[in-house]
Ligand binder design. Sequence first.
Ligand SMILES: Cc1cc2nc3c(=O)[nH]c(=O)nc-3n(C[C@H](O)[C@H](O)[C@H](O)COP(=O)(O)OP(=O)(O)OC[C@H]3O[C@@H](n4cnc5c(N)ncnc54)[C@H](O)[C@@H]3O)c2cc1C
Length: 343
Amino acid sequence: MEKILFLAHTQEDGSLPKAALEGLTAALDLGAKLGGAPLSVGLVGGDVQQAADTIAGCGAEAFVAVSGADFAVSRYVTDAAAVEALVKQVEPTLVLAPTTARFSRCLPGAAYRCDGRIETHISAIETDGGTVQVQRWYYRQRMVATLSREQRPWFLVVDPGVFEPWQGASGSAELQQVAAAAPEGGVRTEVIGIEAPAADAQTIRPEAELLFVAGAGWTKKQADGAVHSKDAETLILGFLNSCKASLGSSKSLVDQSGEGETVLPFMSHLNQVGQTGSTPRHPKGLAACCHGEEPHTVGWRFIGERRAINLDANCGWAQGKADVLYVADAFEVIAKVNEMLAD
Ligand SMILES: Cc1cc2nc3c(=O)[nH]c(=O)nc-3n(C[C@H](O)[C@H](O)[C@H](O)COP(=O)(O)OP(=O)(O)OC[C@H]3O[C@@H](n4cnc5c(N)ncnc54)[C@H](O)[C@@H]3O)c2cc1C
């Protein structure tokens, strides 16, 4: 019989990140598919009581925690020690956790210490006659593999955007504190603060409803024979600020800065979507002035509904890459949309 430990860490304000609530759904689904495998919740953070209470009604048979000032911050030594202690306490066969920057850093080491194995970027979990099978993508999301393992504990790190966030009754969770062994040589890394860009300067918003992708067309000569980069900048930023959309880019557009061409200053290679860029997950996507070539659209694999605006009725989006293609001038369309949003 499998035994599941679901792991989550708290955020700065003591709450659980959305990815953790999605991971909890994955853990509960898996427990149900395994005919009611027992589930424990393991929390790591400064003070985790509030987080435990918000998911008190999830049906877990136990809530265990490693908490305290040392565990409030993301740091490899303390996080790996915390996870190791929780796993040794619960003795699960399966450890489920959400893909967060904090867990991505410490879980592989923790799995090694527990003599376990780990699978990351999981996009589906199934069972076949009691055998757990996980799915993940390879080669820039072009090939999908289904894997199973005999080694236990098996750490399964679930990608965000795959499962619905858990919703249910909060309550008063009875937390069992677990002591984590101090790392040899003590804690040598001191976290003195976090520097993050202001919310408005942040164009990559993984949790946004909409991904807005800008292509190189924004900086190309338009019908009047001139380049309108400044207008493009105002229109795109206006749209992003109204919709709180996440900003993606084609490779051609972000490459232009390296080639000394006119660029949109808020764009960097971090925005690039595609084969050599990112593969974000958003319910909806809208591309404008982007041709929709395969190396770009492969990064749209996990976008729910895809739309594009292009002057060219024969662009790549029209070849089965988008659900809706607006054959129109993106400058005009986005200006109109911004006007409507401002009203
Ligand atoms: C190995 C490899 C890896 C690659 N990886 C990636 C990747 O990760 N991501 C990626 O994006 N690309 C990648 N590429 C490049 C990719 O093949 C394309 O070259 C690139 O996506 C083209 O960018 P674009 O569509 O913005 O520009 P363009 O091809 O120049 O298209 C601009 C589009 O804008 C339209 N347009 C112009 N003005 C307007 C207007 N006013 N209104 C509406 N439409 C307008 C034009 O009709 C045109 O279709 C890769 C290529 C290779 C070989």
